[in-house]
Write a protein that binds this ligand. Structure first.
Ligand code: S3P
Length: 431
């Protein structure tokens, strides 16, 4: 993908459905009794991998673009897959399905692409084994492929060392099959879509502070799910609207769950002009239209409890920092090293290539903003969020930017370049 400077962005777009919520809707719909209709489903590669896995376990799922119908067969309705479950690039698919597989009466193997098969899985192997699960890393390296022989599970209380919604969700989903109440306490609250949606499916799930607890239900009850727009996808257009001159963009129906909206808080701290209209609440999931206008930004500090609420947005926050006056410090974000790529190293390397004064630290980065960006050849290691971040950098840099493997945006945002183009006011720049 080649990009050059765009002088102005204007118009409105509806960003695609939330990735985390789309995964969960398919999973819980498969485990529920009855038919679940999902609208505004994210038809990106990650969520399609989740559909594929459940089809391989005997669930009939119809997908027509963003409309999905799942014919759930109940908590004990899955059947042994004939093949390895291919989770592609998706950590959420891997870690959440592992919790479900731990409680089945069959054996299954999960495997993904090169990046996925290097990501840490000990974080779920440890609590699942505490529950009595039979799960092993096939290569004995703490990574996928994972072989899971389903078993009767013991209820536990788990003190998670990481604030990870994937770990929390994995344990709660195994808790669906345990012999009593299972709870998870995390150091800082992570996204709570699992807790909210399991409740919509009729499960008794309580949340108190950073502890979530599930009582194993007899069955889950099918329900219809309307997926709000993904704030993690909106993030690229929020950044584009803020830093591209003379811009005003309306982003329709963006999910604003308080465990996900840290980006908005940080942008406002930096001086961003972001307005909200049409605020709504669907099953506890808030959403609103966002109106984003070009703003003078100033540096800030991003740390502590805020980190899990914006974990996937840190590369694009780093880009905003490059356009801001003064210094931005991001800390407590060591989790970034084990995402689809090492996002601390890759973000900083690519920012430096474009002329930004940026430095990696052990748990984050320091960026001194204000210097003009120049085009560069960007390698994203097939990480969709790096590709999208540096595309926004490219349309605000002098000269040409080339993004290698830009098609990896399909993982979470197949229409990204199309929508970016639709906001371009003149033909001066090129996408
Ligand atoms: C996700 C949780 C986060 C996030 C990922 C999606 C989820 O991962 O980075 O993109 O849907 O639960 P961790 O739980 O590993 O922080």
């Amino acid at each position: 993908m080649k990009l050059t400077r765009i002088n102005r962005l204007q118009g409105e777009i509806a960003v695609p459905g939330d990735k985390s919520i789309s995964h969960r809707a398919v999973m819980f719909g498969s485990l529920a009794k009855g038919t679940t209709h999902i609208s505004n489903f994210l038809a990106g590669a990650d969520c399609l991998a989740t559909i594929d896995c459940f089809r391989k376990m005997g669930i009939q799922i119809e997908q027509d673009g963003t409309d999905v119908t799942v014919y759930g067969k109940g908590l004990h309705g899955l059947t042994k897959p004939e093949e390895v479950l291919d989770v592609g690039n998706s950590g959420t698919t891997t870690r959440l399905i592992s919790g479900i597989l731990a409680g089945q009466n069959f054996e299954a193997t999960l495997s993904g692409d090169d990046s996925l098969n290097q990501r840490p899985m000990k974080r779920i192997i440890t609590p699942l084994r505490m529950m009595g699960a039979d799960i092993k890393s096939v290569k004995d390296n703490g990574c996928a492929p994972l072989k899971i022989q389903g078993k009767k599970l013991k209820a536990i209380h788990y003190e998670s060392p990481v604030a990870s919604a994937q770990v929390k969700s994995c344990v709660l989903l195994a808790g669906l099959y345990a012999d009593g109440k299972t709870s998870v306490t995390e150091p800082v609250l992570s996204r709570n879509h699992t807790e909210l949606m399991l409740r919509s499916f009729g499960a008794e799930v309580t949340s108190e502070g950073t502890t979530a607890q599930i009582t194993p239900p007899k069955e889950l009850r099918a329900t219809d799910i309307t997926v709000p727009g993904d704030i993690s996808s909106a993030a690229y257009f929020i950044a584009a609207g803020l830093v591209t001159p003379d811009s005003c963009i309306r982003l329709k129906n963006v999910g604003l769950n308080p465990t996900r909206d840290g980006l908005i808080r940080v942008c406002r701290q930096m001086g961003a002009d972001i307005q909200m209209e049409q605020i709504r609440d669907d099953g506890g999931e808030m959403a609103a239209d966002l109106i984003v206008r070009t703003s003078e930004l100033k540096g800030t500090v991003v740390e502590g409890d805020l980190i899990p609420t914006l974990i996937d947005e840190i590369p694009v926050i780093a880009l905003l920092a490059a356009f801001a006056k003064g210094e931005t410090i991001i800390r407590d974000a060591q989790e970034l090293k084990v995402k689809e790529s090492d996002r601390i190293a890759l973000t900083v390397d690519n920012l430096v290539k474009m002329g930004v004064n940026a430095q990696a630290t052990d748990d984050g980065m320091i960026i001194r903003g204000g210097a003009p960006l120049h085009g560069a050849h960007i390698f994203c290691e097939y990480d969709h969020r790096i590709a999208m971040t540096f595309s926004i950098a490219g349309i605000n840099a002098e000269g040409e930017t080339i993004i290698e493997d830009a098609e990896c945006v399909d993982v979470s945002y197949p229409t990204f370049y199309e929508q970016l183009k639709s906001l371009q006011v003149s033909e001066e720049g090129r996408i």
